[in-house]
Structure formats: C-alpha cells, structure tokens
Design a binder for this molecule. Structure first.
Ligand SMILES: Nc1nc2c(c(=O)[nH]1)N[C@H]1C(S)=C(S)[C@@H](COP(=O)(O)O)O[C@H]1N2
Ligand SMILES: [Mo]
Length: 171
C-alpha cells in the first residue's frame, strides 16, 4: 500500500515536470530567437514592447566606467556604453512607480531582481551593449551580450545579468 502511494507520487511528479516542460518549450525558443536577433523585450501591465539595438542606442547613450568582478579574477575597470534602464520604460511612457520589482531575465535562465527605486537613481543601472568600445558578443560567441545589465553601485557583479532578453516591471 505504501509502495503504491510512492509510485503514484513519483509518476504524478514526473507528469507535472513533463507538462511544465512542454508549455515552457515555446517560451525558451522565443527567448533564444530574441537573443540571436539582438532584441530585447520590455514588459509591464501596460504592455509589451520589443526593441532592437538601433532603437535602444537612441535612448540616451552614455559612456561610463564600472568595475567588473569576474569569478576567479581581480576586479577590472571597464568602459561601458549603454542606456539608463529607466529611459527604455520612459520611451513607452511606462511609469516607474516606487517600491516595485524589476525582474531581468537572460537567455540562459539567470534572473535578477531589482527595486524600482534603484532604477530611478542617477548613473547607476544601465543596459550596456558595448565594453571598451566593442559590441558585447552573444553567449554563443563567448561574450556577455548582446545586452548586459550594469549596476555600477553594486559591490559585486552577481546582478550584472548577462545576455538580457527581457525586463519586466512587476506591478
Ligand atoms: N546570464 C547570466 N548572467 C550572469 C551570471 C550567469 O551565470 N548568467 N553570473 C553572474 C555573476 S555571479 C557574476 S560575478 C558576473 C560576472 O560573471 P563572470 O564571472 O562569468 O564574468 O555575471 C553575473 N551575470
Ligand atoms: Mo559571481
């Protein structure tokens, strides 16, 4: 009797995993396509918008320095080119209210959470597409792009989400 219950539980769990995996398939494929085309999606309750590199670079491009701490290496100061994340939402008149979460998702499934208050700060949170004058390479080409989140004031780089495909303003 107990064995039977265990078997049912295991089969049940396996089914749940398969079903979720099936529905997630399209999602994973869409993200890979966006990554390959150097696009990015901005999302909130108000809607969903896709940008390409040209469109992003017109949203107040800035050059700035930030200290990258890669695992197993000494910190290095790099020059990045990018736009403040708040400008991307501003372009679509999406209001960034205080005390909200911003969820940044990458093509490899890495997810980073920020507070909307951090996005609103000056000179802190950027979506970068160049490092030391060169376009960030894709994951396949061994880079951290095409887009990487740079949080200048973070002491460590674990929230510097590489290969960003989506930024969600979670209301
Ligand atoms: N997409 C993605 N971004 C990521 C990570 C990751 O695994 N996937 N690792 C983070 C961590 S822990 C660090 S320290 C920085 C730098 O990573 P690196 O050590 O690979 O250069 O990227 C961050 N961004
Ligand atoms: Mo890290």
């Amino acid at each position: 009797m107990r064995n039977k219950n265990i078997v049912f539980s295991v089969v049940g769990l396996a089914l749940i995993v398969l079903i979720f995996g099936f529905f997630n398939r399209e999602n994973v494929k869409d993200k890979a396509e966006i990554h390959e085309k150097r696009e990015i999606i901005i999302k909130s309750e108000e809607g969903e918008y896709k940008f390409n590199l040209d469109e992003i670079s017109e949203l107040g491009e800035e050059e700035f320095t930030a200290d990258l701490k890669s695992s197993g290496k000494a910190a290095e100061t790099n020059i990045y080119t990018g736009v403040p994340v708040k400008n991307i939402f501003g372009e679509k008149d999406m209001e960034i209210k205080r005390d909200l979460q911003i969820i940044v998702t990458s093509v490899d499934g890495y997810v980073v959470a920020l507070e909307s208050d951090e996005i609103l700060e000056e000179d802190n949170v950027y979506l970068a597409y160049k490092e030391n004058g060169e376009l960030l390479k894709t994951r396949e080409d061994g880079g951290s792009g095409p887009y990487q989140l740079i949080i200048r004031e973070d002491q460590f780089s674990q929230r510097w989400c590489k290969h960003v495909v989506e930024i969600l303003l979670d209301e």
